[in-house]
Design a protein around this ligand. Structure first.
Ligand SMILES: Nc1ncnc2c1ncn2[C@@H]1O[C@H](COP(=O)(O)OP(=O)(O)O)[C@@H](O)[C@H]1O
Ligand SMILES: N[C@@H](CCOP(=O)(O)O)C(=O)O
Length: 326
């Protein structure tokens, strides 16, 4: 579930009074999501999403997230557009939380992505990178390589409760990643969580991207590495090279990769697998039993990490390097 904060009808009606959306017709909490409380709103003016920002989202970051969605929408990328109230403000306060209203995006996310959908996601990501290139607010990645060891240490030596030997594998991998992480790749604004549940499809076509709440400045190819992890493995844990080829080809068709990015991709993918293994591990160990939040399996990302550790070149993701450059 993701409704951590209750909203009463009088409070919501008063909040909506600041907007030009007509009367509140109905509202209900949305079960999906992890970070924030989301509600589906119906008003005279149509259907909208109300988001209440919860504790894990820093207030100081909200102008970056909301501003980025405005910026990308203005460039024609399909993503939620923050709705301004009568005073021209897109961020307000409701039920003691920062709150914003967004346009509703039609479509559904896919649980079993096809190879063609992987290609569409790769291309959409590249367009997002291009469209965000002149977004003026910076936000360093709070979950990049420097954050991984502290996150692991915050797990208090309990990794082996999840799987015997996991702690040792993570230690060794952190040593490798810290010693070898690139310092000089093309960088810009990345989504940083472009998983299947954050991409909507409608009638077979990609209809939009949502959930920009991990977006930040980092290496562009790291975003692609995250998506490779999230989209191109099958439920049995095997890597699907057809999907990998489509994803990388879709991206490079819009924004060709540099030779340095291509060489770094297996390492970036190891980092991506480590990042999601660690955040899931932390949540796994720290989410109380009986909580409404669905815990995500850290071992899924351990397996992906072990796969990427064996990859020697991008060709093993399904596509020869020369097809990814201009
Ligand atoms: N603009 C939108 N249009 C349609 N549905 C949305 C929109 N924003 C969020 N949702 C719905 O709310 C769910 C949770 O949103 P998300 O941003 O992923 O939350 P969280 O940041 O808490 O993970 C999504 O899976 C989707 O069903
Ligand atoms: N994609 C992350 C968790 C973040 O969840 P989201 O609902 O905000 O996309 C993971 O799978 O670990």
């Amino acid at each position: 579930m993701a409704v951590y904060t209750d909203v009463t009808e009088p409070d919501l009606s008063a909040f909506l009074g600041l907007y030009d959306l007509g009367r509140l017709l109905s509202y209900k909490g949305i079960a999906e999501g992890v970070e924030n409380s989301n509600f589906l709103l119906r008003c005279d003016a149509g259907t909208f999403i109300l988001t209440l920002y919860e504790k894990r989202v820093a207030r100081g970051d909200l102008p970056f997230f909301v501003g980025l969605m405005e910026h990308l929408s203005a460039r024609g990328l399909s993503c939620p557009l923050p709705v301004a109230n009568g005073a021209g403000e897109t961020l307000g306060e409701l039920a003691g939380r920062p709150a914003a209203i967004f346009t509703f995006l039609e479509g559904m996310w896919t649980r079993r992505p096809s190879a063609d959908q992987c290609r569409e996601v790769g291309a959409a990501m590249a367009r997002m990178h291009r469209d965000a290139a002149d977004f003026p607010i910076p936000r360093p990645n709070a979950l990049s390589v420097a954050a991984w060891r502290p996150l692991f240490e915050a797990c208090d030596g309990r990794a082996d409760e999840v799987r015997p030997g996991l702690g040792e594998t993570i230690q060794a991998e952190l040593d490798h990643l810290e010693a070898n992480w690139p310092t000089d790749l093309p960088a810009g604004v990345i989504h940083a969580d472009l998983f299947p549940d954050n991409v909507f499809f409608l009638g077979g076509e990609l209809s939009g991207l949502i959930d920009f709440y991990f977006a930040c400045n980092d290496f562009l190819a790291y975003d692609l590495a995250i998506a490779l992890c999230a989209w191109c493995f099958e439920p049995d844990g095997s890597f699907n090279a057809t999907k990998g080829a489509k994803m990388l080809g879709g991206y490079a068709g819009v924004r060709p990769l540099t030779p340095a990015e291509i060489e770094a991709l297996p390492l970036l993918a190891r980092g991506a697998a480590m990042r999601f293994c660690l955040t899931r591990l932390y949540d796994w160990l720290n989410t109380p039993d009986g909580s409404f939040v669905t815990k995500k399996d850290p071992v899924e990302y351990l397996r992906k990490l072990l796969f990427h550790q064996r990859v020697r070149s991008v060709a093993e993701y399904g596509v020869p390097a020369e097809r990814l450059t201009s």
